[in-house]
Design a protein around this ligand. Structure first.
Ligand SMILES: [Zn+2]
Length: 355
C-alpha cells in the first residue's frame, strides 16, 4: 500500500522514517565492494567471505541493496598517515623483500595492493557514516596485524588506523577507542597507538569465574594518548610478541561464552571509565569461535552474537558512534564464518532499531 510520506500523522511513522531512509532495511550503512576479494589463491583466509556475507545479508532479508554503499580506495596520502614512505613505496613498486612477503603470509601482487587500499577507503567511509548514523560497517577490513613499516599475519596495511588518523586530521574526531575481539592480539594497532603500560589487578567478572579454570585471564592496563586500544585475545596464540595495548586481556585456551563476555564487559567498563572516545572502532573477528582453525577459544555462534550485542549496547547507551570491521575468521566450515559476521550486522540492527 502506498504511504503518503508528505503527511505523517502518527509518531511511529515519523520514527520509522527517521530510522529507515526510503528503500533501506537498516538504520545504518554497510560499506562493501566486490573488489574486497583478496587475490591470494588457495589460502586459509577465505577471501570470498566478503561477497558471501553480502549475499547472505540480502538473501536472508537482513539488508537490501540500498543499504550498501561503495568505497573509493584510500589515497596514498591517507595510507601515509600511518605507514612509512619506504614501506608504501615498496608496496606500490612491488619491491618487498622475500622475507617481508613471507612475514605478510599472503602472496604479493599489484591487485592485492588495490584490494587493501580499497578496504582502507572502506573503513574511512564507514567511520564517516558512523558519525552520522551512530553505527556503520565496513564489510571487510580489520587488518590489525599491519605495522607502520611492514605487514604481518594476512594484513598489508592497517585500515582502521588509517581511518582514525584520517578522521583526526579532518577534525571530525579527536579521540578514538579500538575494541579488538579477534582471537589474535591487535599487535599492529598497539604498536601504532602505543601507550605506556601500567600494571593493574584483574577486575572481578560480572559473569563469575569458572572454578575449574587452570589459570585466570590477565588484564593489563595502560595509559593511552588520543587513541585507546583494547584487545581481548587468546594469550597462547599468534603473535608471539604482543606490544602493549591500553588494555590487554590475555585469555587462556578454551575459554567459553560466559567467561569471555564477563571479561569483555570488564574491559569495556574499565576503558570507558578512563577514556571518553568520540568514536569506537570495533574489530569483530569471527575467530574466537570454537570451530576456528587458527583459534583456541571456545565461543559458540550464539556467544559471539552476545559479544556483538554487548559492544553495541554499551556504545548506544553511552551515545558513542561505532564503526565495525570484520578481521579474521577461519572456521572449518566457511559458512560458519559467514554466519558469525552476518550476525554482527543482525545484532547491530536489533540494538540500534530499539527505541
Ligand atoms: Zn585473527
Amino acid at each position: 500500500m502506498p504511504v503518503n510520506r508528505g503527511k505523517p500523522r502518527i509518531i511511529g511513522f515519523l520514527r520509522m522514517e527517521r530510522l529507515y531512509p526510503e528503500g533501506s532495511m537498516l538504520p545504518f550503512k554497510l560499506v562493501y565492494s566486490d573488489d574486497y576479494y583478496l587475490p591470494i589463491g588457495a589460502h586459509v583466509f577465505p577471501a570470498e567471505k566478503y561477497r558471501r556475507i553480502h549475499d547472505r545479508l540480502i538473501g536472508s532479508g537482513v539488508a537490501e541493496h540500498s543499504d550498501f554503499i561503495s568505497p573509493h580506495p584510500a589515497s596514498d596520502e591517507d595510507v601515509l598517515l600511518v605507514h612509512t614512505p619506504q614501506y608504501v613505496h615498496k608496496l606500490k613498486t612491488g619491491t618487498l623483500t622475500a622475507r617481508e612477503e613471507l612475514e605478510m603470509e599472503i602472496p604479493y601482487s599489484p591487485e592485492l595492493v588495490r584490494s587493501f587500499w580499497l578496504a582502507a577507503g572502506g573503513s574511512i567511509l564507514a567511520a564517516n557514516h558512523a558519525l552520522k548514523d551512530g553505527v556503520a560497517f565496513n564489510i571487510g577490513g580489520g587488518f590489525h596485524h599491519a605495522f607502520p613499516d611492514h605487514g604481518e599475519g594476512f594484513c598489508m596495511i592497517h585500515d582502521v588506523a588509517i581511518a582514525i588518523r584520517r578522521m583526526q586530521c579532518d577534525g571530525k574526531i579527536a579521540r578514538a577507542m579500538t575494541v579488538d575481539c579477534d582471537v589474535h592480539h591487535g599487535n599492529g594497532t598497539a604498536a601504532i597507538f602505543a601507550g605506556v603500560r601500567i600494571p593493574s589487578e584483574p577486575l572481578p567478572s560480572r559473569y563469575g569465574a569458572s572454578a575449574t579454570r587452570p589459570r585466570p585471564p590477565k588484564m593489563r592496563n595502560a595509559h593511552a594518548g588520543e587513541v585507546f586500544t583494547i584487545s581481548l585475545h587468546q594469550e597462547n596464540n599468534y603473535p608471539a610478541w604482543k606490544p602493549p595495548s591500553s588494555i590487554d586481556v590475555d585469555l587462556p585456551d578454551e575459554i567459553g561464552d560466559d567467561d569471555y563476555l564477563g571479561w569483555l564487559d570488564n574491559a569495556l567498563s574499565s576503558g570507558l571509565r578512563q577514556f571518553e572516545p568520540d568514536l569506537i572502532c570495533y574489530i569483530a573477528g569471527a575467530d574466537p569461535y570454537r570451530e576456528d582453525q587458527l583459534g583456541g577459544l571456545s565461543l559458540s555462534v550464539e556467544g559471539l552474537k552476545k559479544r556483538d550485542e554487548l559492544v553495541f549496547r554499551i556504545a548506544k547507551t553511552r551515545g558513542i558512534p561505532i564503526m565495525v570491521t570484520f578481521a579474521g575468521g577461519y572456521a572449518r566450515v566457511v559458512d560458519d564464518t559467514v554466519t558469525i559476521h552476518s550476525n554482527t550486522v543482525v545484532a547491530s540492527k536489533e540494538i540500534f532499531a530499539e527505541t
